[in-house]
Design a protein around this ligand. Sequence first.
Ligand SMILES: Nc1nc2c(ncn2[C@@H]2O[C@H](COP(=O)(O)OP(=O)(O)O)[C@@H](O)[C@H]2O)c(=O)[nH]1
Ligand SMILES: [Mg+2]
Length: 322
Amino acid sequence: MNFQSLKKIESHDFYLDVAFRRATKKVKEKTIREHDRLKKAKMLEEVRINTVRNTLTEPLNKILLNFPSLDNLDIFYQELIRCTLDYKDLKKSLGSVKWAVSKINLFSKEYLLKIKKSVDHGRIRKLRIEYYGRISSILKQIKKYLSYLEESRKIMKSYPAVKTSVFTVCIFGFPNVGKSTLLSRITDASPEINAYAFTTKRLNLGYINLPGNKIQIIDTPGTLNRPDKMNDIELQAYLVVKHLADLIVYVFDPTPGNDMKDQKSLLLNVAKYKKKVLTYLSKQDIADKKTIYEFQERFKEIIINPSVLKEKIIELSKESKI
Ligand SMILES: Nc1nc2c(ncn2[C@@H]2O[C@H](COP(=O)(O)OP(=O)(O)O)[C@@H](O)[C@H]2O)c(=O)[nH]1
Ligand SMILES: [Mg+2]
């Protein structure tokens, strides 16, 4: 799913303004060869109403078309939306746009008919004013929903464009342990890497391309071991683990200041999701030999070489049915 292509949603005033202006312009430009003045006036009103209707329903329909249908979204995105937006309000807002489109169509039809039946110019003028009033009122009623949709769109634009149907590996661990570095070593991704915690503010995606197949690797923002007070970004990491990961690579950092016990406790936490876990020891080039040995004793299958890890990932992806 790609949320990057969602187009900006304008205010209700903007849409009204464009529609009414275009209608006035169209009516001015229209040349109708008709001697009967009443007939001619009716034809011009028809042009006006149809222009207003089309100019309004086109962008509104586009919103409905472009916004992903929430119920059909992958569970990962549904939960991401639930975590970052008000799911109910979002559904309600989309529903209101749908409502507005059908009301605009309905009133337009109704007023076209009324104008057709009019017997004098005064009546036509009155109907035009009435029609404009009703259309404005419809748009006014969805004002707050349009602005909510625009707010939502901005947030959704920042969502990662993950593939939900390929073998997916989630790189997990405390902040600053070397997760993004690992991603850049085993894929062609170039995530931001910095010597301070919480550099990764969003999910980084990388891919291992195999003949006719792809492995998706997601580098998560570092998580602290505090499931009860996670921020949105930490939460995304757990959503990846829960809904997307076929395999977890847990990164241990053996350098000073990184407690083995704490790291193990976070590992146990993530292991609760019952996904296969590989453990990886980063920074073995700068860690002291004794600590590395301790890690290897404690975690018998810990991998210290990125190439070996990559091979293992490929092997496991082949064994999986995805
Ligand atoms: N020497 C060395 N430094 C590393 C290694 N992995 C990561 N780092 C450094 O550790 C810091 C944090 O790395 P980063 O990948 O951003 O960690 P993340 O927060 O877990 O994604 C950066 O300064 C990296 O250059 C490694 O294997 N060896
Ligand atoms: Mg990182």
